[in-house]
Design a protein around this ligand. Structure first.
Ligand SMILES: *[C@@H]1O[C@H](CO)[C@@H](O)[C@H](O)[C@H]1NC(C)=O
Ligand SMILES: *[C@@H]1O[C@H](CO)[C@@H](O)[C@H](O)[C@H]1NC(C)=O
Ligand SMILES: *[C@@H]1O[C@H](CO)[C@@H](O)[C@H](O)[C@H]1NC(C)=O
Length: 337
Protein backbone atom coordinates (compact mmCIF):
# COMPACT_ATOMS: atom_id res chain seq x y z
CA UNK A 1 0.00 0.00 0.00
CA UNK A 2 1.31 3.38 -1.00
CA UNK A 3 0.58 5.11 2.27
CA UNK A 4 1.65 2.34 4.54
CA UNK A 5 2.87 3.82 7.83
CA UNK A 6 5.89 1.57 7.93
CA UNK A 7 7.85 3.48 5.38
CA UNK A 8 8.24 6.71 7.30
CA UNK A 9 9.43 4.48 10.16
CA UNK A 10 11.96 2.90 7.89
CA UNK A 11 13.30 6.33 6.93
CA UNK A 12 13.51 7.35 10.56
CA UNK A 13 15.43 4.18 11.28
CA UNK A 14 17.88 4.99 8.50
CA UNK A 15 18.41 8.53 9.74
CA UNK A 16 18.98 7.27 13.25
CA UNK A 17 21.61 4.89 11.89
CA UNK A 18 23.26 7.52 9.70
CA UNK A 19 23.26 10.06 12.52
CA UNK A 20 24.89 7.56 14.81
CA UNK A 21 27.53 6.87 12.19
CA UNK A 22 28.15 10.31 10.75
CA UNK A 23 27.97 12.58 13.71
CA UNK A 24 26.91 12.73 17.22
CA UNK A 25 23.81 11.04 18.47
CA UNK A 26 23.90 13.19 21.60
CA UNK A 27 23.16 16.20 19.34
CA UNK A 28 19.55 15.15 18.94
CA UNK A 29 18.84 15.48 22.65
CA UNK A 30 18.22 18.95 24.10
CA UNK A 31 21.23 20.74 25.62
CA UNK A 32 22.00 19.56 29.18
CA UNK A 33 19.65 16.58 28.82
CA UNK A 34 22.11 14.21 30.46
CA UNK A 35 22.87 16.56 33.35
CA UNK A 36 19.24 17.39 34.15
CA UNK A 37 17.21 15.71 36.91
CA UNK A 38 15.88 12.34 35.76
CA UNK A 39 13.86 11.26 38.78
CA UNK A 40 11.74 12.90 41.44
CA UNK A 41 14.37 12.35 44.11
CA UNK A 42 16.68 14.74 42.21
CA UNK A 43 14.40 17.62 43.22
CA UNK A 44 14.15 19.40 46.53
CA UNK A 45 11.58 18.14 49.03
CA UNK A 46 9.72 20.40 51.42
CA UNK A 47 6.84 19.31 53.69
CA UNK A 48 6.67 16.04 51.81
CA UNK A 49 6.33 17.75 48.41
CA UNK A 50 8.72 17.89 45.48
CA UNK A 51 9.51 21.54 44.76
CA UNK A 52 10.29 22.26 41.13
CA UNK A 53 11.57 25.55 39.77
CA UNK A 54 10.21 25.89 36.24
CA UNK A 55 12.22 29.09 35.82
CA UNK A 56 15.49 27.21 35.80
CA UNK A 57 16.26 25.43 32.53
CA UNK A 58 17.61 22.10 33.90
CA UNK A 59 14.70 21.78 36.33
CA UNK A 60 12.09 22.38 33.64
CA UNK A 61 13.92 20.06 31.27
CA UNK A 62 14.11 17.46 34.04
CA UNK A 63 10.30 17.31 34.23
CA UNK A 64 10.28 16.36 30.54
CA UNK A 65 12.95 13.78 31.21
CA UNK A 66 10.85 12.13 33.91
CA UNK A 67 7.79 12.32 31.65
CA UNK A 68 9.64 10.63 28.78
CA UNK A 69 11.01 8.01 31.14
CA UNK A 70 7.65 7.20 32.71
CA UNK A 71 5.79 7.01 29.40
CA UNK A 72 8.48 4.95 27.65
CA UNK A 73 6.81 1.64 28.39
CA UNK A 74 3.62 2.67 26.61
CA UNK A 75 5.53 3.57 23.44
CA UNK A 76 7.75 0.49 23.41
CA UNK A 77 5.25 -1.20 21.06
CA UNK A 78 6.01 1.39 18.35
CA UNK A 79 9.83 1.32 18.34
CA UNK A 80 12.87 0.49 20.46
CA UNK A 81 14.72 3.12 22.51
CA UNK A 82 11.60 5.24 23.05
CA UNK A 83 12.35 6.97 19.74
CA UNK A 84 8.70 7.00 18.68
CA UNK A 85 7.50 8.55 21.91
CA UNK A 86 5.52 11.51 20.57
CA UNK A 87 6.23 13.53 23.71
CA UNK A 88 9.78 14.10 22.44
CA UNK A 89 8.61 17.07 20.44
CA UNK A 90 8.19 19.13 23.61
CA UNK A 91 11.69 18.86 25.15
CA UNK A 92 13.44 18.94 21.79
CA UNK A 93 11.72 22.18 20.92
CA UNK A 94 12.40 23.59 24.38
CA UNK A 95 16.10 22.76 23.90
CA UNK A 96 16.07 24.82 20.70
CA UNK A 97 14.54 27.73 22.62
CA UNK A 98 17.33 27.54 25.16
CA UNK A 99 20.09 27.10 22.62
CA UNK A 100 18.99 30.05 20.52
CA UNK A 101 18.71 32.46 23.47
CA UNK A 102 14.94 32.60 23.37
CA UNK A 103 14.43 31.90 27.08
CA UNK A 104 16.43 34.96 28.12
CA UNK A 105 14.94 38.22 29.38
CA UNK A 106 13.94 40.10 26.19
CA UNK A 107 13.66 43.39 28.06
CA UNK A 108 17.35 43.13 29.00
CA UNK A 109 16.60 44.62 32.40
CA UNK A 110 18.01 41.53 34.12
CA UNK A 111 20.78 39.09 33.19
CA UNK A 112 18.32 36.17 33.33
CA UNK A 113 19.19 33.74 30.55
CA UNK A 114 22.15 35.79 29.27
CA UNK A 115 25.22 33.80 28.34
CA UNK A 116 27.36 36.12 30.43
CA UNK A 117 24.91 36.18 33.34
CA UNK A 118 22.53 33.71 34.92
CA UNK A 119 22.57 31.52 31.83
CA UNK A 120 20.28 28.75 33.15
CA UNK A 121 17.60 31.21 34.22
CA UNK A 122 14.31 31.23 32.30
CA UNK A 123 12.74 34.68 32.09
CA UNK A 124 9.07 35.21 32.84
CA UNK A 125 9.15 38.00 30.23
CA UNK A 126 10.14 35.61 27.46
CA UNK A 127 7.21 34.89 25.14
CA UNK A 128 8.75 31.54 24.26
CA UNK A 129 9.26 30.55 27.89
CA UNK A 130 5.71 31.48 28.86
CA UNK A 131 4.13 29.53 26.03
CA UNK A 132 6.35 26.62 26.88
CA UNK A 133 5.21 26.75 30.53
CA UNK A 134 1.74 25.73 29.39
CA UNK A 135 3.34 22.95 27.35
CA UNK A 136 5.51 21.67 30.18
CA UNK A 137 3.76 22.32 33.49
CA UNK A 138 0.37 21.16 32.21
CA UNK A 139 1.47 17.95 30.48
CA UNK A 140 3.60 17.13 33.50
CA UNK A 141 0.88 17.69 36.11
CA UNK A 142 -1.74 15.94 34.02
CA UNK A 143 0.60 12.95 33.85
CA UNK A 144 0.95 13.03 37.64
CA UNK A 145 -2.82 13.26 37.91
CA UNK A 146 -3.28 10.33 35.53
CA UNK A 147 -1.18 8.13 37.76
CA UNK A 148 1.56 7.70 35.14
CA UNK A 149 4.27 9.25 37.25
CA UNK A 150 3.81 7.01 40.26
CA UNK A 151 3.39 9.76 42.85
CA UNK A 152 0.19 11.11 44.47
CA UNK A 153 -1.32 14.23 42.84
CA UNK A 154 -0.69 16.48 45.83
CA UNK A 155 3.01 15.62 46.17
CA UNK A 156 4.40 18.13 43.71
CA UNK A 157 4.38 21.89 43.51
CA UNK A 158 6.12 24.52 41.38
CA UNK A 159 7.82 27.74 42.42
CA UNK A 160 6.17 30.94 41.17
CA UNK A 161 8.01 33.33 38.81
CA UNK A 162 9.04 36.79 40.10
CA UNK A 163 5.97 38.45 38.53
CA UNK A 164 2.61 37.80 36.84
CA UNK A 165 1.99 34.87 39.17
CA UNK A 166 -1.71 34.86 38.29
CA UNK A 167 -0.93 33.74 34.74
CA UNK A 168 0.48 30.41 35.88
CA UNK A 169 -0.56 27.44 37.97
CA UNK A 170 1.56 25.50 40.39
CA UNK A 171 -0.01 22.19 41.32
CA UNK A 172 -2.52 19.67 40.04
CA UNK A 173 -5.57 21.18 41.70
CA UNK A 174 -4.79 24.81 40.87
CA UNK A 175 -4.03 23.95 37.22
CA UNK A 176 -7.35 22.14 36.98
CA UNK A 177 -9.22 25.11 38.33
CA UNK A 178 -7.31 27.73 36.31
CA UNK A 179 -7.14 25.84 33.00
CA UNK A 180 -9.85 23.18 33.11
CA UNK A 181 -10.16 22.64 29.36
CA UNK A 182 -6.46 22.15 28.64
CA UNK A 183 -5.93 19.94 31.69
CA UNK A 184 -8.88 17.81 30.65
CA UNK A 185 -7.38 17.34 27.18
CA UNK A 186 -3.98 16.36 28.59
CA UNK A 187 -5.68 13.89 30.92
CA UNK A 188 -7.56 12.38 27.99
CA UNK A 189 -4.31 12.00 26.13
CA UNK A 190 -2.76 10.03 29.00
CA UNK A 191 -5.84 7.83 29.35
CA UNK A 192 -5.28 6.82 25.74
CA UNK A 193 -1.55 6.41 26.27
CA UNK A 194 -2.36 3.90 29.00
CA UNK A 195 -4.86 2.02 26.88
CA UNK A 196 -3.50 -0.99 24.97
CA UNK A 197 -5.93 -0.50 22.12
CA UNK A 198 -4.72 2.98 21.11
CA UNK A 199 -3.01 3.23 17.74
CA UNK A 200 -0.15 5.59 17.02
CA UNK A 201 -2.47 7.92 15.10
CA UNK A 202 -5.02 7.87 17.93
CA UNK A 203 -2.35 9.08 20.32
CA UNK A 204 -1.24 11.80 17.92
CA UNK A 205 -4.80 12.99 17.68
CA UNK A 206 -5.18 13.35 21.45
CA UNK A 207 -1.72 14.84 21.84
CA UNK A 208 -2.40 17.53 19.26
CA UNK A 209 -5.80 18.32 20.76
CA UNK A 210 -4.15 18.91 24.14
CA UNK A 211 -1.27 20.85 22.58
CA UNK A 212 -3.58 23.18 20.68
CA UNK A 213 -5.69 23.70 23.79
CA UNK A 214 -2.66 24.73 25.90
CA UNK A 215 -1.35 27.00 23.16
CA UNK A 216 -4.64 28.73 22.63
CA UNK A 217 -4.79 30.11 26.18
CA UNK A 218 -1.05 30.73 26.34
CA UNK A 219 -1.11 32.86 23.20
CA UNK A 220 -3.94 34.95 24.57
CA UNK A 221 -2.32 35.39 27.99
CA UNK A 222 1.13 36.36 26.70
CA UNK A 223 0.32 38.47 23.69
CA UNK A 224 1.69 41.44 25.67
CA UNK A 225 5.22 39.93 25.56
CA UNK A 226 5.55 40.49 21.80
CA UNK A 227 6.36 44.17 22.30
CA UNK A 228 9.72 43.29 23.88
CA UNK A 229 11.07 41.88 20.61
CA UNK A 230 12.45 43.19 17.36
CA UNK A 231 9.82 43.43 14.65
CA UNK A 232 11.36 40.46 12.84
CA UNK A 233 11.38 38.24 15.92
CA UNK A 234 7.82 39.24 16.90
CA UNK A 235 6.64 38.47 13.35
CA UNK A 236 8.39 35.13 13.53
CA UNK A 237 6.68 34.39 16.85
CA UNK A 238 3.28 35.14 15.35
CA UNK A 239 3.91 33.08 12.24
CA UNK A 240 5.42 30.22 14.25
CA UNK A 241 2.36 30.04 16.50
CA UNK A 242 0.15 30.04 13.41
CA UNK A 243 2.26 27.39 11.74
CA UNK A 244 1.83 25.11 14.75
CA UNK A 245 -1.93 25.44 14.23
CA UNK A 246 -1.41 24.18 10.70
CA UNK A 247 0.77 21.29 11.87
CA UNK A 248 -1.96 19.99 14.16
CA UNK A 249 -4.56 18.81 11.58
CA UNK A 250 -2.06 16.61 9.68
CA UNK A 251 -1.03 15.19 13.09
CA UNK A 252 2.67 15.80 12.60
CA UNK A 253 4.40 12.94 14.46
CA UNK A 254 6.51 14.68 17.08
CA UNK A 255 8.98 11.87 17.57
CA UNK A 256 12.63 12.39 18.52
CA UNK A 257 14.50 12.32 15.22
CA UNK A 258 11.75 13.90 13.18
CA UNK A 259 11.40 16.88 15.50
CA UNK A 260 15.16 17.26 15.66
CA UNK A 261 15.52 17.20 11.87
CA UNK A 262 12.71 19.65 11.49
CA UNK A 263 13.88 22.26 13.95
CA UNK A 264 17.43 22.28 12.64
CA UNK A 265 15.86 24.45 9.96
CA UNK A 266 14.50 27.04 12.41
CA UNK A 267 16.31 30.34 13.12
CA UNK A 268 19.44 29.52 15.11
CA UNK A 269 19.45 32.85 16.94
CA UNK A 270 16.99 35.62 17.79
CA UNK A 271 16.04 37.75 14.80
CA UNK A 272 17.10 41.38 14.57
CA UNK A 273 15.41 44.28 12.83
CA UNK A 274 17.79 44.20 9.90
CA UNK A 275 17.22 40.48 9.20
CA UNK A 276 15.42 39.97 5.89
CA UNK A 277 14.53 36.40 5.00
CA UNK A 278 15.44 34.83 2.60
CA UNK A 279 18.64 36.91 2.63
CA UNK A 280 20.03 36.38 6.12
CA UNK A 281 23.75 35.87 5.71
CA UNK A 282 24.52 33.58 8.63
CA UNK A 283 21.49 31.32 8.00
CA UNK A 284 21.61 28.39 5.61
CA UNK A 285 19.61 28.57 2.39
CA UNK A 286 17.06 26.21 3.84
CA UNK A 287 16.75 28.13 7.10
CA UNK A 288 16.12 31.26 5.06
CA UNK A 289 13.53 29.47 2.96
CA UNK A 290 11.70 28.12 6.00
CA UNK A 291 11.57 31.55 7.61
CA UNK A 292 10.36 33.11 4.39
CA UNK A 293 7.73 30.41 3.90
CA UNK A 294 6.44 30.95 7.44
CA UNK A 295 5.96 34.64 6.78
CA UNK A 296 4.15 33.87 3.52
CA UNK A 297 1.84 31.49 5.36
CA UNK A 298 1.13 34.24 7.87
CA UNK A 299 0.27 36.72 5.11
CA UNK A 300 -1.94 34.29 3.23
CA UNK A 301 -3.74 33.47 6.45
CA UNK A 302 -4.23 37.15 7.20
CA UNK A 303 -5.71 37.94 3.79
CA UNK A 304 -7.98 34.94 3.56
CA UNK A 305 -9.19 35.11 7.14
CA UNK A 306 -9.77 31.70 8.61
CA UNK A 307 -10.87 30.32 5.26
CA UNK A 308 -7.49 28.82 4.43
CA UNK A 309 -7.33 27.15 7.82
CA UNK A 310 -10.81 25.70 7.50
CA UNK A 311 -9.95 24.34 4.05
CA UNK A 312 -6.73 22.90 5.36
CA UNK A 313 -8.50 21.21 8.26
CA UNK A 314 -11.07 19.74 5.91
CA UNK A 315 -8.43 18.46 3.54
CA UNK A 316 -6.47 16.89 6.39
CA UNK A 317 -9.51 14.89 7.47
CA UNK A 318 -8.71 12.67 4.51
CA UNK A 319 -6.15 10.07 5.55
CA UNK A 320 -4.68 9.89 2.08
CA UNK A 321 -4.13 13.66 1.88
CA UNK A 322 -2.70 13.72 5.37
CA UNK A 323 -0.21 10.92 4.76
CA UNK A 324 0.76 12.46 1.46
CA UNK A 325 1.44 15.81 3.11
CA UNK A 326 3.59 14.18 5.79
CA UNK A 327 5.56 12.23 3.23
CA UNK A 328 6.18 15.32 1.15
CA UNK A 329 7.34 17.18 4.25
CA UNK A 330 9.64 14.31 5.13
CA UNK A 331 10.98 14.23 1.60
CA UNK A 332 11.72 17.96 1.59
CA UNK A 333 13.53 17.73 4.91
CA UNK A 334 15.71 14.89 3.70
CA UNK A 335 16.56 16.49 0.42
CA UNK A 336 18.05 19.41 2.28
CA UNK A 337 19.67 17.62 5.18
C1 LIG B 1 29.54 14.62 20.88
O1 LIG B 1 29.00 15.77 21.52
C2 LIG B 1 29.34 15.87 22.88
C3 LIG B 1 28.58 17.02 23.49
O2 LIG B 1 28.29 18.00 22.55
C4 LIG B 1 30.87 16.04 22.99
O3 LIG B 1 31.24 16.12 24.33
C5 LIG B 1 31.54 14.83 22.34
O4 LIG B 1 32.93 15.02 22.33
C6 LIG B 1 31.04 14.66 20.90
N1 LIG B 1 31.59 13.41 20.34
C7 LIG B 1 32.03 13.32 19.09
C8 LIG B 1 32.52 11.98 18.67
O5 LIG B 1 32.07 14.27 18.31
C1 LIG C 1 14.04 5.52 33.69
O1 LIG C 1 14.86 6.04 34.72
C2 LIG C 1 15.37 5.05 35.57
C3 LIG C 1 16.08 5.75 36.74
O2 LIG C 1 16.89 6.80 36.30
C4 LIG C 1 16.30 4.15 34.76
O3 LIG C 1 16.86 3.14 35.57
C5 LIG C 1 15.49 3.51 33.63
O4 LIG C 1 16.34 2.75 32.81
C6 LIG C 1 14.82 4.57 32.81
N1 LIG C 1 13.93 3.92 31.86
C7 LIG C 1 13.88 4.24 30.58
C8 LIG C 1 12.94 3.47 29.75
O5 LIG C 1 14.57 5.13 30.11
C1 LIG D 1 -2.27 24.35 45.12
O1 LIG D 1 -2.02 25.71 44.92
C2 LIG D 1 -3.01 26.57 45.47
C3 LIG D 1 -2.68 28.00 45.08
O2 LIG D 1 -1.78 28.12 44.07
C4 LIG D 1 -3.06 26.40 46.98
O3 LIG D 1 -4.05 27.22 47.52
C5 LIG D 1 -3.36 24.94 47.31
O4 LIG D 1 -3.28 24.73 48.69
C6 LIG D 1 -2.36 24.02 46.61
N1 LIG D 1 -2.81 22.65 46.78
C7 LIG D 1 -1.98 21.66 47.10
C8 LIG D 1 -2.59 20.30 47.21
O5 LIG D 1 -0.79 21.83 47.25
Amino acid sequence: MAFDLSWPYLIVGCIFASLARASNISDVYPPLWKESPGQFSDYKIENGKYIINFWHYPERLGTYKILLNKTAKYFAKFSPENEQNILWGLPVHHGWQYQTGRLADPTESTDCGRKSGDHLCISVDSWWADLNYYLSAMPFLAAVDSGIMGIPSDKVTFLPPPKDQMNFCYNVSSCHSSFPEAMKKWNEFYQHVKSHSSSFDDLLEYLWAAHVSSLEIARKNFHNRLKYYSKQEADFERSWALFVDYLAPPLFPTTLIRTYEFQKELPKRMLMNEDRAPFIRDFSGFQNTVLFALSVLHKVHKYTGTLSFVLWKTLMKSTVARKLFLEILEFILHSFN
